[in-house]
Design a protein around this ligand. Structure first.
Ligand SMILES: [Zn+2]
Length: 411
């Protein structure tokens, strides 16, 4: 099966060499071809170029993209889409004046999601998650990371990870699984945090590793959740079992979690709404990428990650959704890109780099995903007719996507 996309008004993120990350100043550059074509064979981008050089090319299917923009699918490196039910009541409670912390303190929040999930069958959980995944693919996501963390018991955490594995098996997009057992302290361990960390380290991590269910180990490193010492114990155990750290840090407080992540070669440090110069310096001496989650800031009305400062410090930045029932019930990467421009003052070029190639880097898959490059996976978005690519972040809330191609097949 081959597809030839012709007359593309703007072909974005074309890379002659297989670039796997873009940093600092380079993020301002989004390489583009006007009046272009892309040739796909099976699941791979075989060739692209100017329409002037497209003469005589044949394919099983030709898609005329006159007036349309083509770009790589979004790479969403931070989600929690395997969850049960929703938290609409807490949403209303927050509007009526309760804070995220108030809600957590009275048994809501993550513990509420955990209780619902523990009582949900594996099949039901799979069905709920697969609906969400189907929706985000339609919104242009072609690679995604999914975390556990709403189980908080061995059985429920493994149930979540098995659901992720099943999604991975049944869906065409790339899915990376993360064990986030240390997401919140379960009620049963209310006064025994050390006991819970023991459980995570001695039982949950080995059990997940035994069945090869998680590539990454994650911790919610935050005041009132897990401190530096807890985080370090969990990261060390994860690494011993072949998992790479990717951590939640600096959402509400900055107290050294970024440097700790860097110390253990975290692939990414995510959130960073609160960021100081010590954190920036730590990142400058690392291969760790910062991941911003602007829909979470939008939904909770908390500060936005200082993406401008991160990029201006010469660092790479990725953008992701944080799709989860409590703080970001949305998996729309188009909204993320738009919000990054509007609220974080990223340029459209920086935001698109952050949501494609750098998102792929934050999942360890940027050798195959995140740019239009010969030999990379044929995961593409074809938009409706648009004046230019600025329209993508500009028309926030609009769905500009007409067609999504995953592994060389139209969805
Ligand atoms: Zn998260």
């Amino acid at each position: 099966m081959s597809i030839l996309i012709t007359n593309i008004k703007e072909l974005l993120q074309v890379r002659e060499t297989n670039v796997t990350i873009v940093k600092g100043e380079d993020m301002k550059i989004l390489p583009m071809l006007k009046n272009a074509y892309v040739f796909i064979e099976h699941d791979t981008i075989v060739e692209y170029g100017s329409m002037d050089d497209c003469n005589g090319m044949e394919a099983d299917e030709v898609i005329d993209a006159t007036g349309k923009i083509v770009l790589p699918t979004w790479c969403d490196s931070h989600t929690h889409i395997v969850y049960a039910g929703d938290r609409t009541q807490e949403f209303a409670d927050r509007i009526n004046g309760l804070s995220y912390e108030d809600i957590a303190n009275r048994g809501g929040g993550i513990l509420n999601s955990a209780e619902t999930l523990q009582n949900t069958s594996e099949d039901d959980l799979y069905n709920q998650a697969s609906k969400r995944l189907t929706e985000v693919i339609k919104l242009g996501t072609g690679a995604i990371e999914i975390k556990s963390g709403y189980g908080l018991t061995i059985e429920a955490e493994l149930k979540m990870l098995r659901v992720i594995k099943r999604l991975k098996h049944n869906f065409p997009i790339s899915i990376k699984p993360t064990l986030l057992a240390a997401h919140a302290l379960p009620k049963a361990f209310k006064d025994n945090k050390t006991g819970f960390i023991d459980l995570v380290v001695n039982e949950m991590i080995p059990a997940a590793a035994k069945d090869n269910l998680a590539d990454y180990i994650d911790v919610f490193c935050e005041k009132g959740y897990f401190n530096l010492e807890d985080t370090e114990r969990v990261l060390k155990a994860g690494i011993e079992h072949g998992m790479t750290p990717k951590i939640h840090v600096n959402q509400f407080n900055a107290f050294g979690g970024v440097a700790l992540g860097v110390k253990y070669n975290a692939l990414s440090v995510d959130h960073l709404e609160e960021l100081n110069s010590v954190d920036i310096t730590a990142l400058q001496q690392s291969n760790t990428i910062a991941v911003a989650l602007p829909s979470c800031s939008y939904f909770l009305s908390i500060p936005y990650t200082p993406g401008r400062a991160i990029i201006d410090a010469g660092l790479p930045l990725a953008l992701a959704t944080d799709y989860n029932p409590g703080s970001t019930p949305s998996g729309n990467m188009n909204f993320v890109v738009s919000t990054a421009c509007i609220k974080m003052k990223l340029t459209p070029e920086e935001a698109i780099n952050a949501a494609t190639i750098n998102g792929a880097y934050a999942m360890g898959i940027s050798n195959l995903y995140g740019s239009i490059c010969r030999g990379k996976k044929a995961n593409l978005i074809i938009t409706k007719k648009l004046p230019n690519y600025y329209h993508l972040p500009y028309a926030f809330g609009d769905n500009a996507i007409e067609t999504v191609i995953i592994n060389g097949e139209k969805i």
